[in-house]
Design a protein around this ligand. Structure first.
Ligand code: GAP
Length: 410
C-alpha cells in the first residue's frame, strides 16, 4: 500500500519493529494468536515513556485528578448496568447476527451463570464504580477527574493492521465530572488538550483530523463524541476519542447497585448526579501512529538510511556512548567512565563498541536515538566529546562537564 512515505510503509514498520525488538507477534513460535502482540525491550521503553508523559501531563501536573487502578475482572453486574452485556456488539458479516465483543470467563471452579465474569472492554467502568470511594476518601470539589491506565480486551471480529485493531490493548482514560450546565466548557477544554497531546508525542498536526460522530454512530452512552482521526497508510481512522457521557454511567450504577452516587455541593447544599466528559486514548494505536510519523528514509553523506524521528521526550534510548575505536584501552576506559556518569543521571543511555562508528550511528538512527556521544583521542587531551544529532547528522564538540545538562535539556 502506498503512503506519502512510499510503498509498503506498514510492512517496513512491522519488519523494523521485529528486527530491532520493539514489537513481536504474540505467541509467534506457535503460529501466533490473532490480534495479540508482545512488546520487546525498545517497545517497552517507548510505551513507558508515552505512558509516563501522559500521566504527568493529565494527572500529576493538575490538582483535580485522582488516579485509579481497578481490577480487570469485575462483577458481571457492572457490565449489565453499563449496557455492555446488552449492547457492546458488532454484527457478524454473513448472518447479520450480533456478536458481543466481551471476553467471557468464569470466576472460581463453578461453570454456573452466577460465576460469569468478563475481561473489561474499557477501563472506564473501573472508575465509575469507584466514584463514591474517591468522593468519600478525598472529598474532591467539582469539577474533578478520575484517571486510569490499563489493559482492555475486545474479541474483535476482524483484528487487523498491526497495532491498530487488536484484541488486547491498553487504554489511558479520564472520567471528568462536572455540573451538567458546564459540560460544553470542559468538553472544549479537553478537546484542546487532546490536540496539544498529539504534538507532545511528536505527531504531525497535518495527520490529525477531528470527526464529529453522528447520532447513529455514537456509543449508547454518549450525547456528543469527537473522534480524533489519524492518516494511517490504510486510511483515515480513529486514533482516540472524546465523549460526553452525561450522567448515564453514574445513574445506571446508582440504580443497579442501590448506591447513592449523588454529589453534595457544600456551598449551595444542592445534591445532584455529576455529568461526565471522557477523553479516551488507546496506547497501542498511538504507538503505531508515532512509529508511522517517525519513520523517515533519507540520504546522509551519500548513503541511504532509515531513521525514527522520535521526539526526544519519548525516544526509547536518549543517547548512545561510543569509543571511536574498539582496540584502544585508553579510549574504552574513558568511554566507560563517560557512559557510567551519564547513566547515573539519564537512565535510557546505552554503550556500544560493536562494528565501525558509521554502523553504530546507523543502528542508533534506526531505533530513533536522538544523540550519539563519541570519545576519541582529543577527548583524552581536552575532555570534550563529539555530540552527533540524529536528524541532521551534524557533529559538535561538547565538554564532558556539560554533556548531562545538554542531553537532559532536549
Ligand atoms: N471508554 C470509552 C471507550 O472505550 P472506544 O472509542 O471504544 O471508547 C477508546 O475506545 C480508544 O481505545 C480508541 O479511540 C482506540 O484508541 C482504543 N481502542 C479501541 N478498540 C481498540 C482495539 N481493538 N485495538 C486497539 N485500540 C483500540
Amino acid at each position: 500500500m502506498k503512503s506519502e512515505k512510499g510503498e509498503n510503509l506498514m510492512e517496513k514498520i512491522v519488519s523494523l519493529c521485529k528486527r530491532r525488538g520493539f514489537v513481536f507477534q504474540g505467541s509467534e513460535i506457535y503460529g501466533g494468536l490473532a490480534g495479540t502482540y508482545d512488546y520487546g525491550p525498545l517497545g517497552v521503553s517507548l510505551k513507558n515513556n508515552i505512558r509516563n508523559l501522559w500521566w504527568k501531563i493529565f494527572v500529576l501536573d493538575r490538582d483535580d485528578m485522582y488516579g485509579v487502578d481497578a481490577a480487570i475482572l469485575m462483577n458481571q453486574d457492572v457490565w449489565k448496568a453499563s449496557g455492555h452485556v446488552k449492547g457492546f456488539s458488532d454484527p457478524i458479516a454473513e448472518t447479520g447476527k450480533q456478536f458481543n465483543l466481551m471476553f467471557q470467563t468464569h470466576v472460581g471452579a463453578s461453570e454456573e451463570e452466577s460465576a460469569v465474569s468478563y475481561l473489561r472492554p474499557e477501563t472506564a467502568q473501573g472508575m465509575f464504580v469507584n466514584f463514591k470511594n474517591i468522593v468519600d476518601s478525598f472529598h474532591p470539589k467539582l469539577p474533578f477527574g478520575l484517571a486510569q491506565i490499563g489493559k482492555a480486551f475486545r474479541n474483535e471480529i476482524a483484528p487487523r493492521d498491526f497495532l491498530f485493531r487488536v484484541r488486547e490493548f491498553e487504554q489511558m482514560e479520564i472520567e471528568y465530572f462536572v455540573q451538567e450546565k458546564d459540560w460544553q466548557k470542559y468538553f472544549e477544554e479537553f478537546r484542546k488538550k487532546m490536540l496539544d497531546w498529539t504534538k507532545e508525542i511528536g505527531l504531525d498536526p497535518k495527520h490529525i483530523h477531528e470527526l464529529e460522530v453522528s447520532d447513529a454512530d455514537r456509543a449508547h452512552y454518549s450525547k456528543r463524541t469527537i473522534d480524533f482521526e489519524f492518516d494511517y497508510p490504510f486510511g483515515r481512522k480513529e486514533l482516540y476519542g472524546l465523549a460526553y457521557r452525561t450522567d448515564f454511567d453514574l445513574k445506571s450504577h446508582a440504580e443497579a447497585s442501590q448506591t447513592d452516587f449523588s454529589y453534595l455541593d457544600e456551598e449551595t447544599k444542592e445534591k445532584f448526579t455529576p455529568h461526565c466528559i471522557e477523553p479516551s486514548f488507546g496506547l497501542d494505536r498511538m504507538i503505531l501512529a508515532v512509529l508511522l510519523d517517525a519513520y523517515t528514509e533519507d540520504e546522509l553523506g551519500g548513503e541511504k538510511r532509515t531513521y525514527l524521528k522520535f521526539s526526544p521526550k519519548i525516544a526509547p534510548i536518549k543517547a548512545a556512548v561510543f569509543p571511536l575505536l574498539k582496540n584502544k584501552p585508553e579510549l574504552i576506559k574513558k568511554a566507560q567512565e563517560v557512559y557510567k556518569n551519564l547513566k547515573k543521571e539519564i537512565a535510557d543511555v546505552v554503550y556500544d563498541d560493536n562494528g565501525n562508528i558509521g554502523k553504530r550511528y546507523r543502528r542508533q538512527d534506526e531505533i530513533g536515538t536522538p544523540h550519539c556521544v563519541t570519545i576519541d583521542f582529543d577527548t583524552l587531551e581536552d575532555n570534550t566529546v563529539t555530540l552527533r544529532d540524529r536528524d541532521t547528522g551534524k557533529q559538535e564538540r561538547v565538554k564532558i562537564d556539560e554533556l548531562t545538562s545538554r542531553l537532559k535539556g532536549v
